[in-house]
Design a protein around this ligand. Sequence first.
Ligand SMILES: C[C@H](O)[C@H](O)[C@H]1CNC2=NC(N)=NC(=O)C2=N1
Length: 112
Amino acid sequence: MEKLSRQPCEACRKGAPTVSDAEIALFKPEVPEWKIIERDGIMQLERAFTFPDFQQALAFTNRVGELAETAGHHPALLTEWGKVTVTWWSHKIKGLHRNDFILAARTDEVAK
Ligand SMILES: C[C@H](O)[C@H](O)[C@H]1CNC2=NC(N)=NC(=O)C2=N1
């Protein structure tokens, strides 16, 4: 069997299910700081993290990049002085999958 970290991300497969309203109600309390937004008709999870300077914002960006590579699932990252905006959604299904909530929770862990 392939290493787990090498296995394809289920959320990144065409036809994977987007989350239902019931699932959103279940998962959202686990990531209370994240906003569910709609951009270009696509539901996304977004959170801005603040830092005292650019270097720490950049270091956090790279840690999130590593977790994304490990998961095979990639966020949009906007790095600014003292701020990183992280946005998760599943490109292949143009919406939110359970996996996006899992990765939002992991992003919170990386920020601790
Ligand atoms: C081949 C590769 O696994 C896919 O293209 C992955 C890469 N990372 C991805 N990340 C996200 N967020 N959504 C995707 O659909 C996606 N697809």
